[in-house]
Every structure is written in C-alpha cells, then in structure tokens.
Design a protein around this ligand. Structure first.
Ligand SMILES: NC(=O)C1=CN([C@@H]2O[C@H](COP(=O)(O)OP(=O)(O)OC[C@H]3O[C@@H](n4cnc5c(N)ncnc54)[C@H](OP(=O)(O)O)[C@@H]3O)[C@@H](O)[C@H]2O)C=CC1
Ligand SMILES: CC(C)(CO)C(=O)C(=O)O
Length: 326
C-alpha cells in the first residue's frame, strides 16, 4: 500500500517512525522546516519507555503535489490547519484512497451520518472545503497516545497506545479494516470500531479538562495531577462535557472514572499536553475544535456549561495575545 502521513509532527512522527521501522508499506511523509530536514537526513525515531523504533520513509517532502496517488493518507495536522490542506489531501488520494483524520476534538465531519442537516461545521470548516471534497473519503481516528517532538526527527511517547478508527456513519467497512491492518502491521494498536462517536466524546472529555488548563498554567500533566485545585476544576469541566455528550446522544455516565483520569499512571507517563506544547512553541492553538464546538453543541442543546464557556473565553484571549506577540 502507499501510505502517507500528512503533518509528521508529534503524533504523525510517531506513526511514521513505527510504519517506517516495520517497512511493510511504501511510506511518504509531509512535514516542514527543521522536522523535514531531520527526517530527510536521519529518518524518524520514536522512543516509548524501553522501546525505540527508527526508520526512514521512502519519500519526505513539504510539497504534497510531488507525491504519487496514495491508498491511505493519515492526516495528523492540527484541526485549524485542515481547511487549507483540504484540496491537497483530496489530490493526494488514489481513486479509492481514503483519508484518516487522527485529530483531537469534535471532527469537521461531525454531521456526516447524523440525522441533522448535512452541512459543514462552521467553526472548523467555514467554507466547506473539507466537507465538499472529503466527506465520503474519510475515516476518523481517536488517539490515545501522548507524544512530543523532543528534537527534530525524534519523538518521545508514553506507553499508552490505542488508536480507535471508525467510519463517520458507524459502518463496518472494508476500508476501515484495511486501515486498522496497516496500523497493526507496524505493531501499533489500531482498532476498528463501529462507535467512534463514543470514543470522540470520551477523548474530548479528557481534552476539554486537560489541554486548556495545561496551556494556561503551563504545567506538565504529572504536576497538574498533584494539584487539588486543578483536579477539581478538570473534574467539573469533565462533568459538563458528560452532560453535553448525553444531550447529543452519547451516555458516558458510569463508564468513566474521573479520579483515574486525574491520576498519574505508568502508561500515561510524564508529558506535556499538546496545547501546552503549542503555547511553548508559539504555534496556533486548537481550542475551537476542542472547546469552541463543544460550547456550541451545549448551546444548541440547551445544556448549561459555564466552566467550558469560561475556558473557551480564556483560550480565545490567550490565542489573541499569542497572535499579537508573534
Ligand atoms: N501530541 C500529543 O500528545 C497528542 C496530540 N493529539 C492530537 O493529534 C493532532 C496532531 O497533533 P500533534 O502531532 O501534537 O501536532 P504537531 O504540531 O506536533 O504536528 C503537526 C505537524 O504538521 C506540520 N505541518 C502543519 N502544516 C503543515 C503543512 N502545510 N505542510 C507540512 N507540514 C505541516 C507542523 O509543522 P509546524 O510545527 O512547523 O507547524 C507539525 O510538525 C492534534 O489534533 C492533537 O490535538 C492527540 C493525542 C495526543
Ligand atoms: C490526552 C492528551 C492530553 C495526551 O497528552 C492529549 O490528547 C493531548 O496532549 O492533546
């Protein structure tokens, strides 16, 4: 298969290193800047506890138009970078190729397969570029794997390793199983599910509590997990997201141990949430996909979510101040 990772940063670099190390597929990566230079010179390395996986993709470029048509494009850009990449993702796909969006937050394709007007999500896809080009050629992926680029081409990952893959409409398709096999061929725990929306809400609940607080306090996760004020705040946010999920048709009550989500484990390891990594690197923030759409859904369904609203306001302010100082 021809497999392309579009946006080989922390998460994409992790996948690319393991796929390249396994060598089962023809691998291309799209990256840029020092990360691309390092990949060209030394390939990619990911360390997970005692494990180290290294490999060099067959093709590395910042010009997607130079690659041949791909069977699978795994998109690991930040949500806010997707609309500008929609046309090039579409042109990269072979006629029966599929794009897999491995992204946090509510995904741009959220309305697909739901009994609601089949329209793009304004916050994430304002001109409908993603929806119009890719809605029938897309799988979703919920990532349970914390990663950070510690130097160009080198990624440190926690041991947690679960990548839930699903069709937007919840069907069990041939292409879904094909993609899960690609992950598994590299020893990556990619699992096909017919209920990806459950995973999206579960992960969103974690991210709404954790990522903005990490970005605002600049605390790494292990320190947040020792701070009673922050734990209380995160739990309160998570309870709100649980109510929003319920109003949208996903019942997480009784299925999630909020204490456990605020407790350090060996598998989650020591890491900085991706939004904190973005703040420290001066990159744009993913708060609209994580909090903006969540708050909109709360308002649409008449659910009170004051803490999510507060977090969203603060994150919009942080994004503005970062933009002004850049
Ligand atoms: N990191 C983590 O632990 C986790 C992240 N996630 C989610 O995974 C997704 C990806 O996150 P993450 O890997 O952390 O993000 P990164 O910012 O580390 O990776 C994205 C990469 O894409 C590159 N890129 C952006 N635009 C282009 C372009 N036009 N051409 C080429 N390269 C480009 C970026 O370069 P540049 O740096 O120059 O912008 C960066 O290297 C997000 O939705 C995140 O929330 C989910 C679970 C854990
Ligand atoms: C769960 C968590 C916080 C892992 O670091 C994540 O998804 C992120 O960093 O965005």
């Amino acid at each position: 298969m021809k497999v392309c990772i579009y946006g080989a940063g922390a998460v994409g670099g992790h996948l690319a290193a393991r796929l390249a190390a396994a060598g089962k597929h023809e691998l291309s990566v799209i990256a840029r800047g020092p990360q691309l230079e390092a990949i060209k010179q030394r390939g990619l390395t990911v360390s997970r506890g005692e494990e180290i996986h290294s490999g060099r993709p067959q093709h590395s470029t910042d010009r997607p138009d130079t690659l041949s048509p791909q069977d699978v494009v795994i998109v690991t850009l930040k949500a806010q970078a997707l609309p500008n990449a929609a046309a090039s993702i579409e042109s990269l796909l072979a006629p029966d190729g599929v794009a897999v969006f491995a992204i946090n937050g509510i995904p741009w394709w959220w309305h697909k397969g739901l009994n609601v007007p089949q329209t793009p999500l304004f916050h994430l896809d304002p001109d409908g570029q993603l929806w119009n080009r890719l809605k029938d050629r897309t799988l979703g992926c919920v990532i349970y794997s914390p990663n950070e680029v510690i130097e160009p081409g080198v990624i440190r990952s926690a041991l947690k390793d679960r990548w839930m893959l699903g069709e937007p409409d919840g069907s069990d398709s041939e292409r879904l199983n094909r993609v899960a096999e690609i992950f598994q061929s590299a020893g990556i725990r990619g699992l096909a599910t017919t209920n990806l929306r459950y995973e999206i809400w579960y992960k969103l609940l974690i991210n709404c509590g954790l990522n903005p607080v990490a970005a605002l306090t600049r605390l790494p996760t292990p320190l947040m997990n020792k701070n009673p004020d922050i734990i209380a705040l995160r739990k309160a946010v998570m309870l709100e997201v649980m109510e929003i999920a319920l109003a949208c048709g996903t019942d997480l009550r009784g299925k999630i141990d909020l204490d456990e989500l605020c407790t350090p484990t060996k598998r989650s390891g020591s890491n900085r949430a991706s939004m904190l990594q973005d703040v420290l690197a001066g990159r744009s923030l993913e708060h609209e996909a994580i909090l903006g759409v969540t708050v909109s859904l709360a308002q649409e369904h008449g659910v009170s979510a004051p803490r999510c609203e507060l977090m969203l306001g603060l994150m919009r302010g942080l994004a503005e101040s970062m933009q002004q100082s850049s």
